[in-house]
Design a protein around this ligand. Structure first.
Ligand SMILES: [Ca+2]
Ligand SMILES: [Ca+2]
Ligand SMILES: [Ca+2]
Length: 394
């Protein structure tokens, strides 16, 4: 009986008719017959545009798996989707990824309550052309997991999230410009009197690096009554140009986050930065950190943005960094829902997906320095594996 109940629950959890398409070609060719349930261009290959064309036509959530390779886009996603690459260092989409073209201008035809959900994981998006963002997401509930968004020359940002919710986890957003790495804003067409309500975006950034963009994160809400909200947890913001954080009508909450670029700009009285503890800001900046556990005005001693293991780049902590073990074991947590009545969520991994904490505490920022003993173990394990592979080949 219990087994039947579990089976029934599983069936309920699976979206009806969800289909997984496996891309097998890097060609930029559309689907020959969108909606027939078969991902195939004119030559029969399942290209990425063909797979997107099919999932847009099929009602409900679908999945696309993209193997190693470089895929030209732009792509327009109009329906619930999980888009999975083979790793941010293996699968690259070149161009701009558009998620929904819903706008307040079209309120009468756009079901705002039904804004769709998209998850993108294990791939890189780069090289969107002049004036385009790497990702443009309008009224979508978007999750980016282990994703790199880089080298997009968008006038607005590397990622533009309009309304809805954006969650960025174990990802790196870098070298985009002339805009910031992430811009979460309202629909600029949404003015009172147009018959639609202003939809402030929600942004969550966890275990991620936003670095070397022209400004890192900018959040724009509607008003004091409907502010945008951003929560940054265990992340690193670094760069020399622009502001780490910029806010218009927005509340920015920071926990265990490292601001190596320490200038912040609050454009109005409705905007606030709320420290939830254990943040670090470099000297000479304007980001006010006022929690007793914060480290304001302290040189973070971080290395350059580079491969430190794992599929996404990050800034490692240099020896002697004050961010090292700065968070006591009991406080390696964060508040995921803003409700002090519910239990805090433990911080269990860093940007690479390596387990936290190591040593006597969690490290501030996206990178957790492995204990020497652990590093030695990993190195030894790697050497043993490599030797075994060599032996097999011989
Ligand atoms: Ca088809
Ligand atoms: Ca679909
Ligand atoms: Ca540590």
């Amino acid at each position: 009986m219990t087994r039947l109940l579990v089976l029934a629950a599983l069936l309920f959890a699976l979206p009806a008719g969800a289909v997984t398409f496996y891309v097998d070609s890097t060609a930029d060719a559309p689907d020959a017959d969108p909606g027939d349930g078969v991902c195939a261009d004119a030559t029969g290959a399942c290209t990425l545009p063909a797979a997107i064309g099919e999932t847009n036509e099929l009602a409900g959530a679908d999945e696309i798996r993209v193997p190693e390779g470089i895929y030209p886009i732009p792509l327009l996603v109009l329906d619930d989707l999980t888009l999975t690459g083979a790793g941010a260092d293996r699968t690259t989409l070149e161009g701009s990824l558009w998620l929904s073209l819903c706008s307040c201008l079209f309120c009468d035809v756009c079901d705002r309550q039904g804004a769709h959900a998209v998850r993108v994981e294990n791939l890189t998006i780069r090289g969107a052309g002049e004036g385009l963002a790497g990702i443009i997401s309008s009224l979508v509930d978007l999750e980016l997991v282990s994703v790199v968004v880089k080298e997009n020359s968008g006038a607005e940002a590397g990622i533009v999230q309009i309304g809805g919710r954006l969650r960025v986890e174990r990802s790196a957003i870098h070298a985009n410009g002339p805009g910031p790495g992430i811009l979460a804003r309202i629909d600029l067409n949404c003015y009172p009197g147009l018959g639609c309500t202003c939809d402030p975006p929600t942004l969550e950034v966890a275990n991620s690096t936003v670095s070397d963009n022209v400004g890192e994160i900018r959040v724009e809400g509607c008003s004091a009554a409907a502010p945008a909200r951003a929560t940054l947890v265990a992340s690193t913001l670094a760069g020399a140009e622009g502001n780490a954080i910029e806010a218009y009508g927005a509340e920015i909450r920071l926990r265990s986050t490292l601001l190596a670029e320490a200038s912040c700009m609050l454009h109005d009285d409705d905007s606030t930065i709320v420290s939830l503890g254990y943040n670090l800001a470099a000297p000479g900046g304007s980001c006010v950190l006022d929690h007793p556990t914060d480290l304001p005005g302290v040189d973070p001693l971080i290395g350059p943005l580079q491969d430190n293991g794992g599929p996404t780049p990050m800034h490692a902590l240099l020896p002697g960094s004050p961010a090292l073990d700065a968070i006591p074991l009991a406080d390696c947590t964060y508040d995921d829902d803003g409700d002090p009545g519910t239990p805090e969520v433990p911080l269990l991994e860093d940007q690479r997906g390596e387990p936290r904490p190591f040593g006597s505490g969690c490290d501030i920022g996206a990178f957790e320095v492995p204990e020497p003993a652990h590093a030695l173990l990993v190195l030894t394990g790697g050497l043993v594996l490599a030797a075994a592979r060599r032996k097999r080949r011989a």
